[in-house]
Design a protein around this ligand. Structure first.
Ligand SMILES: NC(=O)c1ccc[n+]([C@@H]2O[C@H](COP(=O)([O-])OP(=O)(O)OC[C@H]3O[C@@H](n4cnc5c(N)ncnc54)[C@H](OP(=O)(O)O)[C@@H]3O)[C@@H](O)[C@H]2O)c1
Length: 325
């Protein structure tokens, strides 16, 4: 038996139930991974609420790291004892997991399990956003929303290292200080209600070539207004809810682009997964990315961790460890 967090009906954090399940044996292409750490992501709350669809009951969680304990007969890429991590595979809120071995990435030496679990989903998302969806270059000025969060903190660090000027948007001064420490040159606090004006002032009226918006409903319109001609709004999350629909003609006045990317669509093949994870780990090894693991909870306290994330109380990443650790 292994401990697991399960959702039987959609709703608030109290719907996360901690219980025992039977795990079974890995199939021919599967591995059994004993988790050392599991990453918390905003998307876990969307699934728990029913905002993103999953069949009930389900085990939430998309990110984990641990050791391979057993492999199926056809698995050759990983072996027993390997340190591995993965992203985008549902059901990580569990002590041990059966998973298709082709989804696993080996953790380089020197990277701890908690860091890998905090990093693999959020960091590959960051790579995709900055290198593939819109290629940020030195000299660009960019807007990053929720800049002190798990993904946001990595976005600020990586974009700054490329030579971009980062305008970090956050909900309070403390989060602003973290964004500044991560390399942001400008901080905008939402409650000042001057986001568009400040971006226009900073860019001398031109606007920015890209806005990375993970907040959605509350920021979408302002994000569009911050863009320069031919700019791109990269809407990659909806922490405040989905934005109101707009007519396609609304983006004609500045020939704008809108992208709504999902990490999963950029790691669909083994080659893509290895390339993106490789670039991510290289940027940890060379010191560009410092992973901020700001909270560690036992898996049994998943509800408390969800409350804190949804209450905008967290900065950086939150990680779960199995209660038995
Ligand atoms: N498209 C993809 O493939 C992909 C992959 C990974 C993550 N994401 C998205 O990236 C975003 C960041 O994910 P994360 O796990 O790293 O979370 P996070 O940024 O650590 O936490 C979410 C942050 O969103 C901000 N926020 C604004 N309005 C909010 C509201 N009404 N309720 C809660 N938070 C609000 C808060 O920052 P402030 O207090 O500073 O406003 C909060 O700290 C999420 O939107 C997530 O869905 C997308």
């Amino acid at each position: 038996m292994v401990k697991v967090v399960k959702v039987y009906e959609f709703g608030g954090p109290e719907k996360l139930q901690f219980e025992d399940v039977e795990l079974g044996k890995p199939g021919p292409k599967q591995a059994r991974v004993k988790h050392a750490a599991v990453g918390l992501n905003m998307i876990d709350t969307y699934f728990r609420r029913g905002q993103y669809k999953a069949d009930l009951p389900f085990v939430p969680g998309m990110e984990g790291a641990g050791t391979v304990e057993e492999v199926g007969s056809e698995v050759t890429d990983v072996g027993v004892g390997d340190r591995v991590c993965y992203a985008g595979v549902m059901g990580s809120y569990v002590e041990e997991k059966l998973i298709d071995a082709e989804k696993l990435v080996k953790i380089p030496d020197g990277i701890e399990f908690t860091v890998a679990a905090a990093l693999i989903l959020k960091g590959m998302t960051t790579q995709v956003l900055l290198r593939k969806v819109f290629k940020v270059e030195s000299g660009h000025t960019i807007v990053v929303h929720a800049a002190a969060g798990g993904v946001g903190s990595l976005m600020v660090q990586w974009a700054s290292s490329i030579g971009a000027t980062v305008i970090a948007c956050v909900s309070n001064e403390e989060k602003g200080k973290q964004a500044t420490a991560d390399g942001a040159q400008h901080v905008i606090v939402y409650s000042d209600n001057n986001l568009v004006e400040r971006v226009k002032e900073i860019t001398k009226g031109v606007g920015v070539p890209v806005v990375y918006d993970s907040v959605g409903k509350d920021t979408f319109q302002a994000s569009l207004e911050c863009l320069a001609y031919r700019g791109m709004l990269v809407l990659y999350g909806q922490a405040s809810g989905p934005p109101e629909p707009i007519p396609v003609t609304a983006i004609a006045s500045k020939s704008l682009f809108i992208s709504r990317p999902s990490l999963m669509h950029y790691i669909m093949t083994r080659k893509e997964l290895e390339e993106i994870a490789g670039d991510l780990f290289a940027n940890v090894a060379n010191g560009v990315l410092k992973v901020r693991v700001h909270a560690i909870y036992p898996l049994s306290q998943a509800a408390k961790a969800h409350e804190d994330l949804e209450g905008r109380k967290t900065t950086g990443s939150t990680v779960f460890v199995p209660d038995s650790v």
